[in-house]
Design a protein around this ligand. Sequence first.
Ligand code: HEM
Length: 537
Amino acid sequence: ARFADQEVIRGEGGETHQVAGGDVPVLTTQQGVPVADDQNSLKVGYRGPTALEDFHFREKIFHFDHERIPERVVHARGFGAHGYFETYEPLSDLTRADLFQRAGEKTPVFVRFSTVAGNKGSADLARDVRGFAVKFYTQEGNWDLVGNNIPVFFIQDAIKFPDLIHAAKQEPDRGFPQAQTAHDNFWDFISLSPEAAHMALWIMSDRTIPRSFRFMEGFGVHTFRLVNAEGKSTFVKFHWKPKLGMQSVVWNEALKINGADPDFHRRDLWNAIQAGDFPEWELGLQVFDQDFAEKFDFDVLDATKIIPEEILPVRRIGRLVLDRCVDNFFAETEQVAFCTQNIVPGIDFTNDPLLQGRNFSYLDTQLKRLGGPNFTYLPINAPKRPVHHFQQDGHMAMVNPKGRANYEPNSWGGAAGGPREAPDIGFRSFPAEEQGAKLRIRAESFADHYSQARQFYLSQTPVEQTHIADAFTFELSKVKTPAIRARMVSHLMNVDKGLADKVATGLRLEEMPKPADAARPTRDLPPSPALSILLNG
Ligand code: HEM
């Protein structure tokens, strides 16, 4: 008998054995031993117990038992694809980063989109921030731009991140809700953290229920540095602009889609790429210098602030095209390890205290998630340029240094001595001057939490403003503790009185709270049309 081109033999118990032959490879154990029978364990007698010596059975079950690795502590649910980044024009005046030196140059990339709060199996259309992480495999090493679809963040200092995430994920006693902002712990934390006011407006906007990954903007969020060959540094904010424009669903649709197809976003990306309808984004830069940074009203090191595009236009410098789905979800999408500290010569950090903390966190968590210090050898994480160093051993060491030299300096000349330093082309940190007392403190320049929140709200079309008010009302209506609802409305009063009134009415608050204490008076900034989806879309 044959089935799907396989010769089939029936066993004595009627079970199916498909037989190798022709192009069909022989099934083996991990040790390469050919397998005769994969349907039956080794038994003592026809109906007897399974023998301990059945190494094939034990190996197969042992491997299965260990299939799961810890899911990411945040951004557990994600979906990745391969593609390339194409540079439009040389940027050597701004940066020596190799990928930006030649017009038309294509750099391979891997991108992973994600939700933040939900577990690995949660639904795609939860109201949540979306991760937008890009790994550029440049000729001078891997550069990871680990961004989100929202240009600001909840907190200003990474030391608050565990608290933010504990509050956002399921409550520890009951294990729910899985992926919704609608619960007491989340709004308790947000309402006790005035710095989250700006981000709160963004997450209640349509941006957190995107139509698909293909219709989202992306942002590097922090201010980074570009450094050119002369060592001159320029500040930069990174933006991704979707070719299809921005689109979102409405909340009603989100709820229905989540029920009907929790894989809606990953299916959309997979289908588009398989159909040859390759999604595209343009990479944009907002570049500025120290003088601009000092004139600007907010601190450019504060990740809760944007630089409005009307003040500093976004210069588009290249395009990202996703044109290939993964061959294997686990090997690529699950095992990919993005890290903000993966930068290349020509790109550097600033002192943004959120970025500084992220630089520690990602590698640290990946040591555990990916089982030791050698995950950079996994094909999805390995640079596409040759790698030479003296790091060795550890769990899963795959490429130890060859020969005698596993240290330097050493006396073994030529190739026998192993790799050497490259003073001219190697990475050097930008020599930013730093001084001051060691203080556990937040700079005063980070203290205005409401002006940009108001600016964002006023930048929205009336329809979008209604969506924001409805979202606050819906989410806060799930909060059981009246004091938390009232505290949240007290922040909204500093953002926009009309918004605060609508939400208070929606929640049937008995009395209007006093506006929250503001460390700095809220200023009226001109609305920024670029912040609206409907005007762009
Ligand atoms: C994962 C973005 C803040 C810790 C991620 C991912 C993204 C992201 C996109 C998913 C990467 C992937 O697809 O594999 C951001 C942005 C932030 C931010 C834009 C603020 C601007 C932070 C902070 C910390 C942090 C402040 C900690 C101090 C982590 C950790 C992971 C993660 C531990 C899991 C990484 C892994 O298991 O591979 N973040 N994040 N993030 N983030 Fe962040």
